[in-house]
Ligand binder design. Structure first.
Ligand SMILES: Nc1ncnc2c1ncn2[C@@H]1O[C@H](COP(=O)(O)OP(=O)(O)O)[C@@H](O)[C@H]1O
Ligand SMILES: [Mg+2]
Length: 349
């Protein structure tokens, strides 16, 4: 439990709502490590509660791979011997589209694994290296039975190299690694960084993983159909008034500017303890940098299942068409799908 509140702002005395832009938390290495557990909504995820779609056999295969990955060696020699044995890589990599249950299965693996284990997004692990230094991060994580990395992203060749080194070192120490992404490891970074040493890095990383592609439809498709809910000004006021608990109210442009001044690894604490976030006058973004920061922020809202109330442009339309056509397309589509769920999720809890 962090002892200090994530915000430096006292609640305004006049009854006005707190603002996101007044929340500029710092986060220590110890707090990052303490937070390396599955998000709240996956607290009960198990392999048994994953219902494979019979139309997509790769889903059944994925559950078996997850069960087999956690099981001791003897049990793995039976009926479900995996194709890669006996020299199975120490890592399992689940690749697939949105909503096929990758995070669910990763959390299930985490819950089922005895011993010390960690669960975090790629950005949380790089933030740990940032806060503790490389040697410090190795020291904190080494000896763990399992390291889960959700949404492996290789946007930055420097981060990739560090993560690749870190994983190799932990694996040598006996740690097993499981990761998810929307792109298989040998295609990560493709079209973005062409440097030969970067590609070699990715190959070295890929060799550590047994890659499994999960096909299927978005399990949440019912809640992600259509558009993010956009209210008018009065509707937004009413919705804010109806929130029981803490709701921040900000102009969208102010939040976009604020996100540039807070390191993305701290967004997790910006949203901590919030029951809703209200954004006024949402508009389409024109800067890719702003858009990528918003994606990281949306991921944290989604992990914490913080409902979003908004006016202006529907939030799934904030990413300009030229951005959607570029190298980060999948990220933007994921964020849009999450925003649709978060703006519509108020009654669903
Ligand atoms: N086959 C499934 N059976 C049960 N729940 C599922 C299944 N697939 C997804 N879910 C649920 O749907 C939601 C989205 O799944 P998630 O694991 O976040 O997908 P992904 O990480 O692949 O985008 C989660 O609440 C998850 O528990
Ligand atoms: Mg996921």
């Amino acid at each position: 439990m962090p002892s200090d509140r994530p915000t430096s702002a006292a609640r305004p005395a006049d009854g006005a709502h707190p603002r996101l832009v007044d929340r500029a938390p710092t986060i220590s290495a110890a707090e990052i490590v303490a937070h390396l557990t599955p998000p709240r909504q996956f607290a009960d995820a198990t392999a048994d509660s994953y219902r494979p779609d019979p139309d997509y056999p790769s889903q059944q295969e994925a559950v078996e791979a997850v069960r087999g990955f956690g099981a001791p060696q003897e049990r793995r020699r039976g009926l479900f011997r995996r194709r890669a044995e006996p020299d199975a890589p120490p890592g399992l990599y689940l690749d697939g589209g949105f909503g096929v249950g990758k995070t669910h299965l990763l959390a299930a693996l985490w819950h089922a694994t005895p011993g010390r284990r960690y669960f975090g997004t790629f950005i949380e692990y790089t933030a740990l290296v940032g806060a503790a230094g490389y040697a410090g991060a190795v020291q904190q994580l080494s000896g763990a039975a399992l390291l889960c990395i959700d949404e492996f992203e290789l946007d930055d060749p420097g981060d990739t190299r560090i993560m690749s080194r870190l994983l190799a070192e932990l694996v040598r120490g006996g740690t097993r690694v499981a990761a998810t992404s929307n792109t298989p490891p040998n295609a990560l970074g493709e079209g973005r960084f062409a440097a030969a040493d970067f590609l070699r890095e990715i190959d070295a990383l890929a060799a550590q993983f047994d890659t499994l592609r999960i096909d299927g439809l978005d399990y949440r498709r019912r809640s992600t159909e259509g558009h993010a809910v956009a209210l008018d000004a009065r509707g937004l006021d009413r919705a804010v008034a109806a929130v029981s608990g803490t709701v921040t109210v900000d102009r969208f442009d102010d939040v976009v500017a604020h996100l540039a001044s807070v390191h993305p690894s701290r967004y997790v604490r910006m949203v901590e303890g919030l029951d809703a976030v209200a954004l006024e006058d949402v508009r389409m973004l024109t800067s890719q940098t702003d858009a990528l920061r918003l994606v990281a922020f949306v991921d944290r809202l989604y992990d914490a299942q913080v409902p979003v109330l908004a006016s202006g442009t529907p939030l799934d339309e904030v990413f300009a068409p030229d951005m959607l056509a570029g190298g980060y397309r999948k990220k933007y589509l994921r964020a849009a799908s999450r925003l649709i769920a978060l703006t519509g999720a108020r009654s669903a809890g």
